[in-house]
Design a protein around this ligand. Structure first.
Ligand code: SAM
Ligand code: SF4
Length: 441
């Protein structure tokens, strides 16, 4: 492979994809590829894609369309698509997009340098979308980067076995595979030596971590071991599944001092009828009981969630049950989506699909309600003292620093860059919808 080439990488979708992109850059760096923000300079352009909803998937096709002119100008340029769209479409993507050279699926990150070599040697397009029993990309450590000094993601598992009726993830990420506990602890130890203070453990359903490992840790046991790692001050994890949250995990919030007071616990719908058709495995009552128990064990815990509107057959009563659950639980924040039928999933075949304008209206009503709740909960913190981990300079204003509370709220405050990576105490002066303003004490 030629030395000193540039790679331009665009990421679509979730934190997991952001982290996979870091891994791609890291593995390509070992073959002398350097990242660039300047697409005109790139020798390789990669899109790391998401197909969880139609919107991010459409964005991928638009981005690919825009890349045609780059290929026309530079025939040596290699254009590749990775991630969920690549996994889902495979060879079809190569047939459809004439200027595409590479399609690599979610289990094939580790093969990137070889695939690029093969394309350069043969000048023929390549497609690698096999699933493997052992997912080698789980063990790629992203290389150190400036943005990674304070906090870092760590993948603990890949794939999902739940097959919720609306979700494409099990088809494009494969079945649930936990990463061996010792490799996770090894990576976190290495991160702590590089100065990382906070780790976020990533998986589609972190609560079922370890179920597929013989003799490995359960998720609460894994947390207890990370709690012992010197230099790591905070840990977070996402995503948790309400059906798999055990009492042992809830107690970990009270017992392990490094576990942050925040949980992302998607509920998807407040209606039992809809939850049943989604195949989620819990009722609204069970969800609310878990949320209550979490607040009992860990007062002040921030609860955020994902929710969907317009699932097939959702009527006004179902929708009002969702609004009612939101009112009762009083989430810190919500990620809310319109249901989007995904080819190959059960819900895409349900006959009672909801029209687009009803979905848009419901989403608007829901988001308006949540905005009020978020603002109220942020204002409730005014006058209170919070410990925050300083992450960097604020994007919003000069001479402002930014950090997060244990409950995952963004706090902006006047301060200097030497505070980055430190835990500081701030008095909250003002709560807004998206952030808090604080004063260092
Ligand atoms: N594993 C997580 C869980 O069980 O909650 C969710 C992972 S999924 C990648 C992230 C979110 O996307 C889901 O919580 C759901 O709200 C949303 N989502 C998934 N499939 C969707 C679909 N077909 N239409 C709309 N939103 C969807
Ligand atoms: Fe998708 Fe999450 Fe359900 Fe798995 S648990 S199928 S990732 S929504």
């Amino acid at each position: 492979m030629t030395n000193g080439k540039y790679i331009y990488l665009q990421t679509f979708g979730c934190q997991m994809n952001v982290h996979d992109s870091e891994k791609m850059l890291s593995i390509l760096a070992t073959h002398d590829y350097r990242p660039t923000d300047d697409i005109h300079r790139a020798d390789i352009i990669l899109l790391n894609t998401c197909s969880v909803r139609a919107k991010p998937e459409h964005k991928v096709y638009s981005a690919l369309g825009r890349l045609k002119k780059f290929k026309e100008k530079n025939h040596q340029l290699i254009i590749g698509v990775g991630g969920c769209v690549a996994q889902q479409e495979g060879e079809r993507l190569l047939d459809r997009i004439g200027h595409l050279d590479l399609v690599f699926g979610t289990h094939n990150l580790h093969r990137l340098p070889d695939l690029i070599d093969d394309i350069q040697a043969s000048r023929r397009p390549m497609c690698a979308v096999e699933f493997y029993d052992e997912v080698r990309s789980l063990d790629i450590f992203p290389a150190p980067s400036d943005g990674e000094k304070v906090k870092s993601y760590v993948t603990i598992m890949q794939g999902c076995d739940n097959f919720c009726s609306f979700c494409i993830v099990p088809y494009v990420r494969g079945r649930e595979k936990s990463r061996p506990s010792e490799n996770i602890l090894g990576e976190i130890n290495a991160l702590s030596k590089r100065g990382v203070k906070e780790v976020t453990l990533l998986g589609q359903n972190v609560n079922s971590y370890g179920k597929d490992l013989s003799g490995g840790f359960t998720f609460p046991q894994l947390l207890a071991h990370i709690n012992e790692i010197e230099g790591i001050w905070r840990m977070r994890f996402t995503t948790s599944h309400p059906k798999d949250i055990s009492e042992e995990l809830i107690l970990a919030f009270g017992k392990l001092e490094k576990v942050c007071k925040h949980i992302h616990l998607p509920f998807q719908s407040g209606s039992d009828r809809v939850l049943e058709r989604m195949g989620r495995g819990y009722t609204r009552k069970q969800y609310m009981e878990k949320a209550e128990r979490l607040r009992e064990v860990c007062p002040g815990i921030g609860i955020t969630a994902d929710v969907m509107v317009g699932f097939p057959g959702e009527d006004e009563r179902d929708f009002h049950e969702t609004l009612d659950l939101i009112q009762r639980v009083q989430f810190e924040n919500l990620f809310s989506f319109k249901f989007s039928p995904r080819n190959g999933t059960r819900a895409a075949r349900y006959p009672d699909q909801i029209d687009e304008s009803t979905k848009s209206h419901r989403l608007w009503v829901l988001q308006k309600l949540q905005k009020q709740i978020t603002l109220k909960r942020n204002q409730e913190l005014e006058g209170r003292y919070e410990e925050i981990l300083v992450e960097g300079m604020s994007k919003a204003a000069k001479e402002e620093m930014t950090g997060r509370t244990s409950s995952n709220k963004v706090v902006n405050f006047k301060g200097s860059t030497d505070l980055i990576g430190q835990l500081v105490k701030v008095k909250i002066e003002k709560g807004y919808t998206n952030s808090l303003r604080g004063k260092i004490v």
